[in-house]
Design a protein around this ligand. Sequence first.
Ligand SMILES: [Zn+2]
Ligand SMILES: [Zn+2]
Length: 241
Amino acid sequence: MLSGRQIEAGGRPLRRLLAEAAEFLLPQHCLVCGRFGAALHDRCLARLPAAEPPRCLRCWRPGAGTWCERCAAGGPDAPAFDGLRAPFEFEGAARRAIIEAKFRGVTALLPPLARAAAMTVPEEWDVGLVVPVPLAPRRRRLRGYNQAELAAREIARALGLPIELKWLRRVRETPPQAGLTAAARSTNLREAFAAVPQPSARNVLVVDDVTTTGATFEAVARALRSAGVHRVYAVALARED
Ligand SMILES: [Zn+2]
Ligand SMILES: [Zn+2]
């Protein structure tokens, strides 16, 4: 079987074209129940592996029902974002759905996952704006879309919030994070993002497809903070524990 990276690196654009044609021509069948009618039925979302509490109420790491040790300690070692949520664990059907959406062009899987993600956003975060984690321009061109942006659009719609696509840019293309240690992930992303200075006082909700160590959200949060954003919250479709 081809890995996502191989598909991304080669096979474009013919593979992408075929995937789009198939999505258009064939009746969709649900990734979970196999029945026709949708890429993923809303009722079938309940069968995906949920990221169940108890989890750290700030970084969503499993274990603590309050804040984990790192978040409670605060200071420079605490996460750069103010909160993180994800509705699913990155395994089983949730993992399959995200990989299909990201590498095989089955973008119809994103809206139901994104609606579930929107429901995990606590009201007290009081977010006023949604910002997707950007892809490097070259990768965006190759793939033809940014899965985080498609998810962010749906989350913004579900929460009744505006989406902002111009503030945040990926200024450095970084090697894929998969297979790197937590420390290497963080180094890999150093200064990967830049944000336009923001006078706005609104809290920002950053959206990505998957989070593992939270390193991407932290790099984005640092960029947004240095641009003047006060509070940065994060939501992913799934969390790899
Ligand atoms: Zn179904
Ligand atoms: Zn924590």
